[in-house]
Ligand binder design. Structure first.
Ligand code: UD1
Ligand code: UDP
Length: 383
């Protein structure tokens, strides 16, 4: 039997976390020849994920440079992908989400007339500038892609509004597949401070903040609010694994250094992150992925942004938008920390994003679409 050559392409930490389980799933299906190309838009953060999932890429463009711009990432990915696609000649290229790697990977495949599958398709804020540049990246990839793997029904509705109705599959999000392999009851952290925190008597707040549209004043507001929270609530411990971007590093250290209960630590390996999340009291973040993971673990999330492309967990009551102003962030956090009923109303497990079967559905959908399987894949129906 002629195998279908399917190439996964990714480059940043969140893409790797959400694509690694799929890349591995594809290797388990005899009808596919699975190839993996990383752009290494991120280096250490990508390698950490590859190590944990024991995934060895077939191609590595190694493009990362300090303070890289959107144009350099895109152009280096595009020319690097040219060579890879020429050599490997895949039948299908799979990209994920909304990064510069995603856009350049899809565009390169299009230039080579290779079909594109978009994993995590259909997320929208309808604001071109926020998240920046991700909202435009996902719209442009949506226009290029032939197959669209939507995590939720509302993602599918978003595509329908853009007249994208062919090749659309409702699969759930692969991040829930990843989460199911990482969280364990007894976990020993490599980051020692995390082994010594008292998760029962202290309120451990997990913080992440890295988005480009938050650079500058919004990020300064966020950091000021975090320090106020730590000062006002002596029973809190803030743990903030700081993204290696120099802009983020400088801002976080400028505003948060020197506080005895604010712990600025290096980015965590994904298993450490998921196990910390499962033990913490509250998550404060501008990350997309954390908004999907924390609800599955029953942890309330305050989103440090003005909008979200992930309204499902807001509707489920586990996620709230805190904005990017010092006052709104401080007030919303204070309320959650001092009002137990308010906290309890948010702290319930909700799983609008997946059931751990997304990768299998995506593999089945590809096989069906290419005539290698009789039946269409079952749909994700929510939990
Ligand atoms: C990128 C994505 C964003 C995603 C985020 C996840 C784009 C435009 N943005 O943003 O959608 O949410 O990744 O984290 O694609 N760096 C290192 N080591 C690493 C990774 C990054 O040193 O392992 C530093 C480098 O100096 C690099 C900088 O971080 O230049 C910024 O990385 P970049 O990929 O450009 O942007 P992110 O903010 O990470
Ligand atoms: N993450 C991690 N270590 C960290 C911070 C985040 O493993 O120190 C994981 C997190 O659990 C989630 C993903 O990285 O799966 C989210 O990535 P990020 O916040 O960088 O990007 P986004 O999701 O906002 O695009």
């Amino acid at each position: 039997m002629n195998k279908l050559k399917v190439m996964t392409v990714f480059g940043t930490r969140p893409e790797a976390i959400k694509m690694a389980p799929l890349a591995l799933e594809l290797t388990r299906h005899p009808e596919f020849e699975a190839l993996c190309c990383v752009t290494a838009q991120h280096r250490e953060m990508l390698d950490s994920v590859l190590d944990i999932f024991r995934l060895k890429p077939d191609f590595d463009l190694d493009i990362m440079e300090p303070r890289q711009t959107l144009s350099t990432i895109t152009s280096k990915c595009l020319t690097g992908m040219d060579r890879v696609l020429e050599e490997a000649k895949p039948d299908l290229v799979l990209v994920h989400g909304d990064t510069s790697t995603t856009f350049a990977g899809a565009l390169a495949a299009f230039y080579h007339k290779i079909p594109v599958g978009h994993v995590e398709a259909g997320l929208r804020t309808f604001d071109k500038w926020s998240p920046y540049p991700e909202e435009m990246n996902r719209k442009m990839v949506g226009a290029i892609a032939d197959l669209h793997f939507c995590p939720t029904a509302s993602n599918r509705d978003n595509l329908a509004r853009e007249n994208i109705t062919q090749g659309v599959f409702l699969t759930g999000n692969t991040v829930i597949d990843a989460l199911q392999t990482t969280v364990v009851r007894h976990f020993s952290f490599g980051e020692h401070i995390l082994n010594h925190l008292d998760y029962d008597s202290r309120k451990v707040i997990l913080v992440t903040c890295h988005r480009r549209e938050n650079y500058g004043q919004p990020m300064a507001n966020i950091m000021t609010a975090l320090r106020r929270v730590a000062d006002a609530f002596p029973d809190t411990e803030l743990v903030y694994p700081v993204h290696p971007s120099p802009v983020v590093q400088e801002t976080a250290h400028k505003y948060l250094d020197g506080h005895p209960r604010i712990h600025l630590i290096a980015p965590l390996a994904v298993d450490e992150m998921h196990n910390l999340m499962s033990r913490c009291h509250l998550v404060m973040t501008d990350s997309g992925g954390l908004q999907e993971e924390a609800p599955a673990l029953g942890k309330p999330v305050l989103v440090l942004r003005r909008e979200t492309e992930r309204p499902e967990a807001v509707a489920a009551g586990t996620v709230r938008l805190a904005g990017v102003e010092e006052v709104s962030i401080f007030q919303m956090t204070s309320r959650l920390l001092s009002d137990q009923r308010e906290y309890d109303s948010m702290a319930h497990a909700a799983n609008p994003y997946g059931d751990g079967q997304a990768c299998r559905r995506i593999a089945d959908a590809i096989a069906w679409q290419f005539g290698l399987r009789m039946n269409p894949p079952e749909e994700f129906r929510g939990q």
